[in-house]
Design a protein around this ligand. Structure first.
Ligand code: BTN
Length: 263
């Protein structure tokens, strides 16, 4: 049994919570895996159920956005992915990223009192540093059924980061000075996510209230050009509306967006 599973059982008195939220009904605790998003892909091919969750103590090839890797210190973070077979209403990966970002941000705030914010589209930051990243990947099973691997990586108890990440990243331990209970954060995040997922409307106003990008000058890329603008609105599907420096409005749906003052 992994350490996280032991903590989880102490907290919930059960391997899974039978009457609990959808995302707690089937949780697979893994000690080492290449990437929990890859695990979701393999399980989707075997028709694993909607809402199943795969959480690992360690990832050997944790994936980040834009082809980057995700630093996954053994036992120090939460690295998990949900398997979702989307209904039409929630079908774009950006909508899943939005729900996950809001759920993680709320869970961190509830458990640590840290002023966590969302950096559009998929990072959770505390002050200028990144605490969590989210990677939603959409694919098809061999039978042609669409699924989403919604991957969440949270830096919980890491004390040090590799040199290249030191300036950009932090953990809840470094921010609070206290080791945090990973199982409690996991449960809280899943519970918030479950509630958000069952709502018919995207929680745009709630997301916007916690989004550090809105109202700020940003730098983003389009067709190999670097553009400047002001982030003015989150659209219902999770895209970002930007007022460009030339006065035109533009919708940004993905890619790298940097906000002045944040890593
Ligand atoms: C990013 O910020 O670039 C996204 C990082 C997403 C990391 C998580 S950790 C769990 C899941 N499995 C992966 O391989 N990646 C995601």
């Amino acid at each position: 049994m992994t350490l996280l599973e032991q903590e989880w059982r102490q907290l919930t008195q059960a391997a899974t919570v039978a009457e609990g939220p959808l995302f707690c009904r089937e949780i697979h605790f893994l000690s080492t895996v290449d990437s929990t998003n890859e695990e979701v892909r393999r399980r989707a091919e075997q028709q694993a159920p909607h809402g199943s969750v795969y959480v690992a103590e360690q990832q050997t090839r944790g994936k980040g956005r834009l082809g980057r890797s995700w630093f996954s210190a053994p036992g120090a973070g939460l690295y998990f992915s949900l398997l979702l077979y989307p209904e039409k209403i929630h079908s774009a990966p950006s909508s899943f990223t939005l729900l996950a970002g809001l759920a993680v941000c709320r869970a961190i705030r509830a458990l640590t009192n840290c002023p966590a914010m969302i950096k559009w589209p998929n990072d959770i930051v505390i002050g200028p540093k990144k605490i969590c990243g989210i990677l939603a990947e959409r694919s098809l099973t061999p039978l042609g059924q669409a699924f989403i691997a919604l991957g969440i990586g949270i830096n919980v108890n890491a004390g040090v980061f590799p040199d290249e990440l030191q300036k950009k990243c932090s953990s809840l331990f470094l921010e609070t000075g206290r080791k945090q209970n990973r199982a409690a954060l996991f449960l809280q995040t899943l519970s918030y996510l479950d509630k958000l997922y069952s709502q018919p409307e995207a929680p745009i106003a709630d997301y916007a209230a916690l989004c550090v990008t809105l109202g700020r000058e940003i730098c983003y890329s389009r067709e190999n050009q670097i553009l400047l603008g002001k982030a003015i609105q989150i659209l219902p599907n999770g895209e970002l509306l930007v007022l460009r420096s030339d006065g035109r409005e533009e919708v940004v749906s993905s890619g790298e967006v940097s906000v002045q003052g944040i890593y």
